[in-house]
Design a protein around this ligand. Structure first.
Ligand SMILES: Nc1ncnc2c1ncn2[C@@H]1O[C@H](COP(=O)(O)OP(=O)(O)OP(=O)(O)O)[C@@H](O)[C@H]1O
Length: 597
């Protein structure tokens, strides 16, 4: 049914390096060079301040002077070297950071594109289960955090290079001090992880509450009308739902941030503990000249910069790892529908289902999950088939199986003699056009646009009573801010322009005015039949049942009765008469809407 979902896990650094390996290689190279150059700055300053510290210093460094305008420059070669190093750092860092920024933008866009592709490849039933809130949070929240985290990884490497460079200088100054600092760093690195570990747990909790907040926001926007009319409901919805998620979010965030702050500051201040111990304790046990002690303290002070950079960036990494785990979990719940080897199938003349069964899974209570089938049904090209039955009888579910949106758990769907399977499902779907009650109207005729199409669309807009409401240019609608009925007419126009073999309409006429209802049943459907289309109509409009070629009555997920030919008219004659549908009124509508689409 679906391809096994390969267990992928998002690695922050891998994300950047896989998007643009060369850029990242150069960014790290330049960043590391900048880091090493940084590490040279302290010895250089120390050399210029205390010539006796230098074992390598050339005599001319301390003896010569240059005059630059009114400025007197001592140690010109050393000064030139110093400023060259600063310029080198500037250049390396700017290039390195801009390369990282570019790679991080590419990685973010790449992640988003990957999510779009996965949503497209997601079977409809799974998409309905996951719901839009989780997908939107992944897109807006998690991917943003992942890309921030990934983009700071190279900065951590750069800061680490500076730290290692400074270590080299520290060894040169005093090996014992270096060993002590290493011990302090190992101790600090181990202990500072404790608050970070708990901090991350709280941040994960906060992230989980965010899904609830997002869902709550949807209710606020889409349920605004219902909430406005009932203050009790409004209050209860806010306090019991959104506020309660917000409360959980804020408690978890506050705890998390406090712990992260504790961890970061502790980590940053570790170097000061080390400075204190070296200055006040170690100096009493080891032979450290005043100059060496000054050098060591300067190195340690200088180290606080890159050390705090590493510590501060760790919070971005932690947030990114929370986001990556959440996205990983979501992706592992998103099976990939088989793309199929067959690219085209012959025009379907007969759509047949045999022994088809379907259950809505993934519900909180599986006992109450609706079960459809087993169903056997054959639908022919050139026929208008009505699916009728009470609310919840399974008409839409069956239609979604016929339009190949749902994949049956038992039984088969046949396009003529071919069984629909993973190989040909995509190709078979290209013969179907459907308007379900939750249809989405795109603002453009994506994949359809052409000048000829525009001309056809303009003609049909007029015939569908949308002239003056919507215009179309280069396949794009001027507006989709229409009434519910008008939107459905525009959706009908889109399906008409697609010119598919099989049409599925789920209660299309439900929100049309009486005039257009008649046009739909008396003109549009017969015209599609005349064009030899296979038309499946879900309807509750019993006054039009007699117009069907086949009436499929459903109850409790099963077909109760199939009525064909004259029997359709006989069984529904009374309702047609009862509803006052006269031949003359039909004729009138026929003339009114002559040539509709
Ligand atoms: N996405 C879903 N997840 C779980 N259960 C669902 C889902 N969609 C529908 N159902 C259940 O399946 C049953 C049949 O629904 P279906 O939409 O097929 O009925 P219907 O005959 O088209 O109803 P109506 O005339 O009201 O549109 C219902 O009882 C409903 O609770």
């Amino acid at each position: 049914m679906v391809e096994n979902n390969t267990k992928s896990s998002i690695r922050l650094f891998g994300l950047l390096s896989s998007t643009s390996p060369n850029k990242i290689f150069f960014a790290i190279l330049l960043g590391s060079l900048a880091g090493l150059a940084y590490a040279i700055i302290v010895p250089l300053i120390l050399l210029s301040l205390q010539p006796e510290l230098s074992r390598l210093m050339q005599p001319e460094f301390s003896s010569s002077y240059w005059l630059l305008g009114v400025f007197e420059i001592s140690n010109p070669a050393q000064a030139l070297f110093f400023f060259s190093v600063v310029m080198f750092i500037l250049l390396c860092r700017v290039i390195s950071e801009s390369l990282i920024a570019q790679s991080s933008i590419d990685a973010t866009v790449g992640l988003r594109k990957m999510l779009y592709a996965r949503i497209i490849q997601l079977p409809i039933q799974k998409l309905e289960q996951i719901g839009p809130s989780r997908l939107l949070t992944a897109l807006n929240n998690d991917i943003g955090q992942i890309s921030v985290g990934a983009s700071v990884m190279p900065n951590i490497l750069v800061a680490s290079t500076t730290i290692f460079g400074m270590f080299g200088f520290l060894i040169y100054l005093k090996l014992e001090v270096f060993l002590f600092i290493i011990w302090v760093i190992v101790f600090g690195a181990l202990t500072y992880r404790i608050p970070l570990l708990f901090g991350r747990k709280y941040m994960s909790k906060a992230r989980n509450s965010f899904d609830g907040i997002q869902e709550g926001m949807r209710g606020l926007v889409y349920g605004a009308k219902e909430l406005k009319l009932n203050q009790h409901r409004q209050h209860a919805y806010l306090t019991e739902n959104i506020h309660s998620f917000e409360h959980r979010f804020s408690v978890a965030q506050k705890h998390g941030r406090t712990l992260l702050s504790l961890g970061m500051n502790y980590g940053t201040l570790i170097s000061f503990f080390a400075i204190g111990i070296v200055t006040y304790v170690m100096a009493n046990y080891y032979v450290l000249s005043q100059q060496s002690l000054l050098g060591v303290v300067m190195v340690l002070l200088y180290l606080t910069g890159p050390v705090s950079t590493v510590m501060n960036l760790m919070s971005s990494i932690i947030m990114a790892r929370v986001g990556a785990r959440k996205l990983d979990a979501l992706l592992s719940e998103m099976p990939i529908e088989a793309s199929g080897k067959v690219t085209e199938v012959a025009d379907c003349q007969q759509l047949r289902v045999t022994g088809v069964e379907y259950t809505y899974s993934g519900l909180k209570s599986e006992d109450h999950a609706f079960h459809l089938g087993p169903i056997d049904l054959t639908i022919h090209r050139g026929d208008v088939t009505y699916l009728v039955g009470g609310n919840g009888s399974g008409k839409t579910t069956l239609a979604k199986l016929l339009s190949l949106h749902y994949i049956p758990e038992k039984g088969h769907v046949y396009f003529d003699d071919q069984v629909v399977n993973d190989d040909n499902r995509q190709a078979c779907r290209q013969q179907i056009s459907a308007i379900y009650s939750d249809f989405y109207l795109f603002t453009k005729l994506f994949g359809l646009s052409s000048e000829e199409l525009d001309a056809r669309a303009v003609l049909s807009l007029k015939q569908l009573g949308l002239e003056g409401k919507v215009t179309i240019k280069d396949g794009e609608f001027s507006s989709t801010d229409l009434s519910a009925g008008q939107k459905k007419r525009l959706a009908l126009l889109v399906t008409y322009l697609e010119d598919r073999s099989i049409y599925v309409f789920d209660e299309w006429a439900a929100d049309q005015d009486p005039g257009f209802k008649e046009i739909f049943y008396y003109n549009i459907l017969p015209e599609l039949k005349k064009r030899n289309k296979m038309v499946i109509v879900i309807t509750h409009d019993d006054r039009y049942f007699h117009l069907a070629d086949k009436l499929v009555k459903m109850e409790n997920g099963k077909i109760l009765e199939e009525v064909t030919g004259e029997n359709v008219q006989l069984s529904q004659a009374h309702s047609a008469v009862g509803a006052g549908t006269s031949e003359s009124s039909i004729e009138n509508h026929g003339q009114e809407a002559d040539g509709v689409i």
